[in-house]
Design a protein around this ligand. Structure first.
Ligand code: SF4
Length: 706
């Protein structure tokens, strides 16, 4: 630690970027965070941090922060008081709801608040504003994992844990570039040999030879969007060869007969080889390695989720685990890795596709139980899910929804098909953006609720392995910013009787946490055994945590834990692959894949002013196969424009690389300056509503030629 920065105190907390959930210490000097270092005692990261975590303190003092609430006057955003911002917004919400119905006000939240804040916000939206048109931006990244888990196991909830990486004999990473996106997970793989005495077989399935692929024993350069066919093909070979686990199938699953018939009739190795581009003998080798491992795990992230086949691909991965009995044991699992630091918090507390505690809208029992716990009339609890995030945008464009309240999300960089999004936002009567950072979307807002951020507020984050971690306040909020918890609590006072009814005597996030614990009681995401003190003492606790599991539960659905389905069994599902809806054609001969880089975070609202990160990754680039570069007569360092049928982006630097197959290119999505979502397609998974960000047909243009 440089002498001038030597902290006066260290506050133990959790990283606020990604879903890995690393434990860290925040160094504080003169009331400001000046240093971040890994927590050696934390079981997730064992003292290490990635570049974003190591520079996280710089984000807090960023020049890209709002310090006061803002209101648009005469076309300009100007500073306001909190009272003016809350009054303007509440008056307009009431006017719109009186004229057009409660559903004309919509809310899109995030995966970056604290669980206490999600619970408080969700309660206000559902039971205060009484609109069911709310969703999380998490629909853009992990909704397919939610719906896939639901249709296979009866509930959302990642079934495994990071420790499984250290015990598996085979680790199959599917559409998961963990080296860039979840780098600390590599530590758990590195521990494997020490624990098991032998190196695990690492299989990486990805159309692009990513940094993660460098770790692979078997790299599977699959054709874009053919993972579902691959999973079905592997199941076919396993069943054909008699490598399945009959006892597990009989005792722990349903649907086997129909599943087997479907797979054997429709997914022969020869057909799957054509669909996936993987040779038949390689398919047999893959199936053998996976099925013959005493413990095999699969893990996936956006490469699987961000697809119009995302939900069914998740279930197809689970099918493979189920027929081989790879569930609920050390190293035997099917683990979805989430993106944002508290995507799990929003899933559990019901800000996406359920009532808090993974309750179902359609179940009168669930609605009544929730209403009783929170002491509201059951009629107030939504009876059905309203519009998902993409449907909210459609409904705004159609004139049905008149107001949008965005919380810590920046669709003007992250949403696909930007032209369509801009058309919709221009139709709004009121756009409210609640954010700590000056995002592209906040610049368009009518009102900005300026929020405080990580290290300035108090609560918990739950990571990808269901581990609830403490995030502690180390410094006072910047300027006049308020925590998202305080914003919701104070805003609710502008609606008659709402604050008293929903938040009686609430003052601090612990009040929300205590009520959330009651709401979670008896549910899969049971928090009742947790206290802030115990969470900190144990380095996080994995739910369910209750009297039966006082220190938490590393794995779901072990032998003595039934699935939350009517018969307690997991479902084997007969699922079908479909070809891309926008394949290459003569006008757009290349397939665009979008993704991330380790140095940047999402739309860069948090990272764009951190010099170390920007020096390492200052702009977007086009990764192109040398053969394609040759055909286009371009080389690394040249600059090109990219177009799809939806628009054009100018001036992006070329990087020739064997990492992408011929006919494919890759561009990271973080950069507003080269806004790749101008040209991505607004096509969504019909079950999860997650966008298909990963494949659309594009053309490259030399910018030297007009
Ligand atoms: Fe933070 Fe994720 Fe990096 Fe860990 S891996 S330090 S949680 S960004």
């Amino acid at each position: 630690v440089a002498k001038q920065k030597a902290p006066e105190k260290w506050v133990r907390s959790t990283c606020g970027y990604c879903g890995v959930g690393c434990g860290l210490y925040i160094g504080v000097k003169d009331g400001k965070p000046t240093y971040t270092k890994g927590d050696p005692a934390h079981p997730v990261n064992m003292g290490t941090l990635c570049p974003k975590g190591l520079s996280e303190h710089e984000m807090v003092q960023s020049s890209n922060r709002y310090t006061k609430p803002m209101i648009r006057k005469n076309g300009q955003l100007v500073e306001s008081t909190w009272d003016e911002a809350f009054k303007t917004t509440s008056d307009k919400f009431k006017e719109i709801q009186a004229k057009h119905g409660n559903g004309a006000v919509s809310v899109v939240s995030t995966g970056q608040l604290l669980t206490e804040e999600f619970y408080t916000l969700g309660k206000f939206v559902q039971l205060g504003l009484k609109t069911n048109n709310y969703d999380g931006n998490t629909t853009l990244c992990m909704a397919s994992a939610v719906m896939g888990y639901k249709q296979t196991f009866g509930s959302d909830g990642p079934v495994g844990c990071y420790e499984d990486f250290s015990y598996a004999d085979t680790i199959m990473l599917i559409g998961a570039n963990i080296a860039d996106n979840h780098p600390i997970l590599k530590l758990h793989i590195a521990k494997n040999k020490k624990i098991t005495g032998k190196k695990p077989k690492i299989i990486v399935i990805d159309p692009r030879f990513s940094k993660t692929a460098k770790m692979a024993d078997i790299f599977v350069p699959i054709k874009p969007r053919s993972d579902l066919a691959l999973m079905n093909g592997l199941c076919h070979i396993i069943l054909e060869q008699g490598w399945e686990n009959e006892k597990f199938i009989n005792e722990r699953t349903t649907g086997y007969k129909e599943f087997r018939k479907h797979i054997m009739a429709n997914y022969s190795p020869a057909e799957v080889a054509i669909t996936t581009g993987i040779e038949v003998k390689e398919l047999y080798e893959l199936a053998r390695v996976y099925a013959k491992s005493p413990a095999a795990m699969s893990a996936w992230t956006m490469g699987v989720n961000q697809s119009s086949l995302g939900t069914d691909t998740v279930s197809a991965i689970c099918n493979l685990a189920l027929i081989t009995g790879n569930l609920g044991r050390k190293g035997a699992t099917a683990l979805s890795i989430t993106g944002q630091c508290n995507a799990m918090g929003t899933r559990e507390t019901g800000f996406t596709s359920s009532i808090p505690g993974y309750r179902n809208f359609a179940s009168s029992y669930d609605r009544e139980e929730y209403a009783t716990i929170v002491n509201v009339p059951v009629e107030d609890v939504p009876q059905k899910r309203g519009y998902s995030y993409p449907q909210i945008i459609d409904a705004i464009e159609a004139g049905e929804i008149k107001a949008l309240w965005l919380v810590a999300t920046n669709p003007l960089v992250s949403f696909p098909d930007q032209k369509k999004l801009r058309r919709a936002l221009n139709k709004l009567e009121l756009l409210v953006v609640q954010d700590a950072f000056k995002s592209e979307t906040a610049f368009k807002a009518d009102v900005v609720f300026s929020a405080s951020t990580w290290s300035e507020k108090e609560g918990t984050y739950t990571n990808s392995e269901r581990r609830c971690n403490r995030a502690k306040k180390a410094v006072e909020p910047l300027g006049q910013t308020k925590s998202d918890f305080d914003i919701v609590l104070e805003f609710s006072k502008y609606f008659e009787g709402v604050n008293e009814r929903l938040y009686p005597n609430w003052e601090k996030p612990i009040d929300a946490f205590n009520e959330w614990k009651k709401v979670s009681e008896g549910r899969l995401c049971d928090y009742t055994g947790m206290t802030y003190e115990l969470i900190e003492e144990l380095g996080g606790i994995q739910w369910p945590c209750n009297t039966a599991n006082p220190k938490g539960t590393p794995r779901l659905y072990s032998e003595d834990m039934p699935c939350p389905t009517p018969d307690g069994k997991a479902k084997l599902l007969a699922l079908d692959w479909l070809p891309m809806s926008e394949p290459q054609n003569s006008s757009f001969p290349l397939i665009l894949n979008t993704g991330r880089t380790v140095e940047q975070w999402h739309t860069r609202t948090k990272t764009k002013t951190i010099s170390i990160l920007n020096d390492l990754a200052p702009e977007a680039w086009i990764e192109i196969n040398p053969q394609d570069a040759l055909k286009l007569e371009v080389k690394s360092g040249d600059r090109l424009d990219i177009s799809s049928i939806r628009g054009k982006i100018k001036d992006i630097i070329v990087r020739e690389s064997q990492n992408v197959r011929e006919g494919n290119i890759f561009v990271p999505f973080h950069y507003n300056e080269q806004l790749i979502n101008t040209i991505t397609k607004a096509e969504f998974d019909p079950k999860s509503f997650e966008p298909n960000y990963k494949q659309c047909a594009v053309q490259l243009h030399s910018i030297k030629v007009p």
